[in-house]
Write a protein that binds this ligand. Structure first.
Ligand SMILES: N[C@@H](CCC(=O)N[C@@H](CS)C(=O)NCC(=O)O)C(=O)O
Length: 250
């Protein structure tokens, strides 16, 4: 199987599909793209959307972490990403949907807001990436890209403040799924791989890391994705972190 993954450094759905391929023993090559530029590159290659992860498998184009998961499972069924039992599969698919549609984007907005405020940590997010230019140069010239990326992701003060206020509720849902055995079971499933990278990306922010680490969700995320590039010092106004840092309500 000839597989090439197109992603951007630190992309959480990009990390998700890489963890799935690792679990399945799928060998692949990776092309790291710059944010913003990636839209043009991916579209010019004929992918229907402008997002990453995007993948060419034996010349065929597959785009989106959920679509890629299904294609990987079809091509390399072992170990399976979905439980066989129909009821368990429904629960896993609902957790996967939540990870993709509800959790992924608020974390994306939060990260871009933080990096726009302070671009110094950008270097740490590019660890291991091959961007085609020296990383120092990429970081030094990143401000316009960061401004554009924050803008098209709508990483505004208002949205990010709301995202941070919603985070404890998301963590409650994840902890409940862990408790119920939907997540963090013996055999990792597609929802584990979808959700854990978003948590790990959030945990690169020193403002959020202790509160997530204190929960089952934090332990789970570190189990599924042991290493995640990036480390950003505190950057958010303390008032935005009030909900996260107060005691859990459950
Ligand atoms: N939810 C989708 C979308 C992924 C997505 O939005 N990826 C970001 C990078 S993390 C991206 O490509 N953004 C560029 C854009 O929206 O144009 C997935 O899991 O594949």
């Amino acid at each position: 199987m000839d597989v090439r993954l197109y992603t951007i450094p630190g992309s959480h759905p990009g990390v998700a599909v890489q963890a799935m391929m690792k679990a399945k023993g799928v060998q692949y090559k990776r092309t790291d793209l710059f944010p913003v530029i990636q839209k043009l590159v991916v579209r010019s290659m004929g992918f229907p959307k402008q997002t990453v992860p995007a993948m060419k498998i034996d010349g065929r184009k597959v785009q989106g972490s959920r679509e890629i998961a299904r294609e990987l499972d079809r091509l390399r069924p072992d170990p399976p990403l979905f439980p066989e039992d129909p009821e368990k599969r429904l629960a896993v698919e609902e957790a996967e949907r939540f990870g993709d549609e509800e959790l992924q984007h608020p974390i994306r907005q939060t990260i871009w807001w933080a990096l726009r405020k302070d671009k110094a940590p950008l270097r740490s997010y590019s660890e291991g990436a091959k961007l085609g230019i020296p990383i120092g140069l990429a970081v030094a010239t990143a401000s316009p890209i960061l401004a554009l990326t924050a803008r098209y992701n709508e990483a505004t003060d208002e949205n990010v403040r709301r995202d941070l206020a919603a985070l404890p509720g998301y963590l409650d849902r994840i902890d409940a799924w862990i408790e119920a055995g939907v997540l963090d079971g013996e055999q990792l499933n597609v929802a584990d791989y979808q959700i854990a990278p978003s948590l790990r990306l959030a945990m690169t922010l020193q403002d959020l890391r202790p509160a997530i680490d204190a929960r089952p969700a934090g332990k789970f995320a570190r189990r599924v994705i042991p290493d995640y590039p990036g480390d950003a010092p505190p950057v958010f106004p303390p008032a935005w972190l009030q909900a996260l840092n107060s005691l859990p309500t459950t």
